[in-house]
Design a protein around this ligand. Structure first.
Ligand code: ASP
Length: 340
């Protein structure tokens, strides 16, 4: 009998309406699950539920909660065929990305899912998301941290929340889905990462530490000086969401103060793109050439969610700035793999 562990962190799927809007409530998800007959169907795996305390709206998730989830998985790693992490949709792609880096040499599915409508409400999308995620977690085909939503299984560190109100709320524009659930669940096996041999590459959890990372999204006419207060010696990483292939204004003739100062302070400066699809190609235009000379990191086609969490992970490993620069520009967990 296959066995799946469900870890409930909070999020809409188990929320209840309150005077101040939807909020998670202890025990409410368990009550909904006990009413779901499908969970005891013959084809379903055995399952256990672990409810984290406190339950969170995912806007409140921090690296501490990522560590908690990581520890829950690592502590039960040998006891289950796979894991389903129930999570709020708002920051689900960040948690999926963070876990993909923290869970090294993963050999089992870790599937994040949730819903846009609570299980306790009419038309909830939670039931299918949960049941299909459990079947995928029990299948052992995908040894990756994934996000399942709206019939698609996406690589976690390639996904982002692209809709605030559609039931198909996540997209992965730079990598195709790993599986789709129609009448059957069909896996795109050639796109899935290889299962590591545990004798040679044993599973390992790396916990995150508190890091200071700033993200600046450019807009036309941006005044860089307003960001000056954030570029202190304490800023460890600065992510610039630039235009197109990594372009930014050079109307001041010189590199904006924030970037110059950050680099002088030893901050890792990463340039990503505001475009959902495609990649950063620094030096293609005059307006990005000075960034190359200054020594910024090119984020390739990583999502901002992957950039921020990968940076936090590499900083947590205590590596040098140069090592972090090199690893940021290479693929660790399929987050910038070009295979399509
Ligand atoms: N605010 C909720 C959360 O992220 C939204 C959701 O779960 O869909 O926890």
């Amino acid at each position: 009998m296959r066995k799946v562990c469900i870890i409930y962190t909070g999020g809409t799927i188990g929320m209840v309406p309150t005077e101040k809007g939807y909020a998670p409530e202890k025990g409410a998800l368990n009550k909904e699950l006990s009413n779901l007959k499908d969970l005891s169907a013959a084809d379903m795996p055995e399952w256990d539920l672990v409810e984290l305390d406190p339950l969170l709206d995912s806007s409140n998730i921090t690296y501490r909660d990522w560590n908690k989830i990581g520890r829950e998985i690592a502590g039960r790693y040998e006891d289950y065929d796979g894991f389903v992490v129930l999570h709020g949709t708002d920051t689900m792609a960040y948690t999926a990305s963070a876990l993909s880096f923290m869970l090294e040499n993963l050999g089992k599915p870790v599937i994040l899912t949730g819903s846009q409508i609570p299980l306790c409400q009419l038309r909830s999308d939670g039931k299918d998301n949960l049941i299909t995620s459990m079947l995928i977690a029990a299948d052992s085909v995908v040894p990756e941290v994934c996000l399942y939503f709206g019939n698609k299984l996406l690589r976690g560190n390639r996904s982002y929340k692209s809709s605030a109100d559609r039931l198909i709320a996540f997209s992965s524009p730079n990598y195709p889905s790993l599986a789709s659930a129609g009448i059957e669940i069909s896996y795109n096996c050639n796109l899935i990462l290889e299962k590591p041999d545990p004798e040679i590459r044993p599973f390992k959890l790396t916990e995150m530490r508190r890091t200071s990372i700033g993200v600046i999204k450019l807009h036309p006419g941006i005044h860089f000086d307003v960001f000056a207060p954030i570029v202190t010696k304490n800023l460890e990483g600065l992510v610039i969401e630039a235009f197109g292939t990594g372009n930014m204004p050079n109307y001041d003739e010189e590199l904006p103060y924030v970037i110059r100062q950050a680099i002088e302070n030893g901050t890792v400066v990463v340039v990503g793109t505001q475009c959902a699809q495609g990649k950063v190609r620094l030096g293609t235009y005059d307006v990005s050439s000075q960034l190359v000379e200054a020594g910024v990191v090119s984020a390739g086609n990583m999502t901002t969610e992957a950039i921020v969490t990968k940076l936090a992970y590499l900083l947590s490993l205590g590596l040098s700035r140069q090592e972090i620069h090199e690893l940021m520009e290479g693929d660790l967990r399929g987050e910038m793999d070009d295979r399509m």
